[in-house]
Each structure stands twice: as structure tokens, then as C-alpha cells.
Design a protein around this ligand. Structure first.
Ligand code: DC
Length: 231
């Protein structure tokens, strides 16, 4: 069967990555979490005093951007890819609240986006890829055969992130997370470069009241519909 490109965009913490990962595993495609790449750049900035508080040393980041190498490797225990920053597994570090609260600032910088988009396009050259993010259907793979735009209410998304952090034994405060979700929505939708927006040809999925199983089934049906019509 001819392989296709699948772009899954949407708001933060709306379960995009869970559905994208599960679909990729089921159909034998590569899965790439593009948000993890922006998170890894943010972590690099924190580790190298490029970002202090809200202040970013943009010139220093520009000098360092080509030293930031992000890769993914399948974790045999979880069956899912872990994120590596310059050869080091940073999968847990990039999920902390500190990274979450700074990543929108870093991902709004044009040359950071140009570098990440170029890497993402390279990863998708052979098709057979499911990528999730904010600008996959609009900028990274505008010709993707299947585009989904996922949304859910901010409260439901904050609860999901809270549960996820708690499950990992990490610190979590619901109100702080809700505030962070709303703030990121605002920055993601209003930034100048590649703002979060539904592609004209994307299918909208509001999963506020869907179980993971239901959304998995919905996505799988969309995949079958598109691939069968292309045979
Ligand atoms: O999906 P996430 O919450 O892990 O994404 C982290 C941040 O990265 C989020 O604030 C938006 C940004 N992002 C982006 O600008 N473009 C993407 N393709 C993916 C994520």
C-alpha cells in the first residue's frame, strides 16, 4: 500500500500525541512529536544560559542553533520514541513545568522555526510518517494526504496534563497548569511566524467528550478512508 503523510495539529494537551503515536504504531509508520523538538531547544537554552526568566539572548541562540541536534529513539519499554538532545535522553526533562512555561517564547523565534521545519521535512521525505504539532498541516507538510486539527476545552486539557504529571510522580498544580494552557493557546495563536491555525483542508476533531478508544477508532477510520481512496 502506498504510504501517506499524516499531519495532526491542534492546541496543547489535547491528546494529539497519544492518538498520533498509537496510530503510527498500528499502521507501522514513523511518529514524530514536533513539540518535543521545540521543548528540547528550550531545555538547551536553559542549560546554556540563553534564557533567563523571560529574557532570551537571541544572538547567542542564533550562534548555537546549529549545535542543537535532536533525534528520536524507540524506547523498548514504553514502545514509544524518546527525545534525545545532543545524544542525551531528555524525554522527562522536556516535560517539566519550567520547560512548558518557556517553550512558547522559544518556538515563536523565526530562525528556530526555520531550523526545526527543515529537520521535520527531512524526516518526512519518505512519507509513512505521522507528525503532530501546530503547523504541520499548514507549513511543514502542506501536501499531507490526511490532516487533522484537534481541539478540546482548556479545563479538560489542563486536567489531562495534571493527570499525566501526577502519574509520572511529578509536581503538579491544576490552577497553574490551566493558566499555562491558556497562556500557551494565546501565544501559539497570536505569534507572527506560523501561528496555530486549522489548515483549510484539515478535518476538525473536538475530543472533549471522547474516550481515547473512541478517538483512536475515529482516526483509524480516517486513515482507512484516505488510503483506500488512493489505491
Ligand atoms: O505539543 P507541545 O505542548 O509539546 O508543544 C510545545 C510547544 O511547542 C507549544 O507551546 C507550541 C510549540 N510548537 C510549535 O510551535 N510548533 C509545533 N509544530 C509544535 C509545537
Amino acid at each position: 500500500m502506498k504510504k501517506i503523510t499524516i499531519a495532526i495539529d491542534g492546541f496543547s494537551s489535547c491528546g494529539k500525541s497519544t492518538m498520533a503515536k498509537d496510530l503510527a504504531r498500528e499502521i507501522g509508520y514513523i511518529y514524530i512529536d514536533s513539540g518535543a523538538m521545540y521543548r528540547a531547544v528550550t531545555l538547551y537554552c536553559m542549560q546554556n544560559q540563553i534564557i533567563e526568566g523571560e529574557h532570551i539572548d537571541v544572538e547567542k541562540l542564533k550562534k548555537h542553533i546549529n549545535d542543537i541536534h535532536i533525534t528520536f529513539q524507540l524506547n523498548p519499554e514504553t514502545g514509544r520514541p524518546d527525545t534525545y538532545l545532543n545524544g542525551k535522553n531528555v524525554e522527562n526533562e522536556i516535560r517539566t513545568m519550567e520547560v512548558s512555561s518557556k517553550v512558547s517564547l522559544i518556538s515563536a523565534i523565526d530562525f528556530v522555526r526555520t531550523a526545526m521545519v527543515a529537520e521535520q521535512q527531512k524526516m518526512g521525505e519518505q512519507k509513512g510518517i505521522v507528525m503532530d504539532g501546530r503547523d504541520i498541516g499548514t507549513t511543514v507538510f502542506p501536501n499531507a494526504e490526511l490532516k487533522i486539527f484537534v481541539t478540546a476545552s482548556p479545563e479538560i486539557r489542563a486536567q489531562r496534563r495534571y493527570d499525566e504529571l501526577k502519574e509520572k510522580g511529578m509536581n503538579a498544580n491544576f490552577d497553574e497548569i490551566l493558566e499555562n494552557v491558556k497562556q500557551r493557546d494565546y501565544i501559539d495563536q497570536n505569534r507572527e511566524v506560523s501561528p496555530l491555525k486549522q489548515a483549510d483542508d484539515a478535518l476538525l476533531l473536538d475530543n472533549s467528550n471522547l474516550t481515547i478508544e473512541q478517538q483512536k477508532e475515529w482516526l483509524f477510520n480516517q486513515f482507512n478512508r484516505v488510503t483506500q481512496s488512493k489505491q
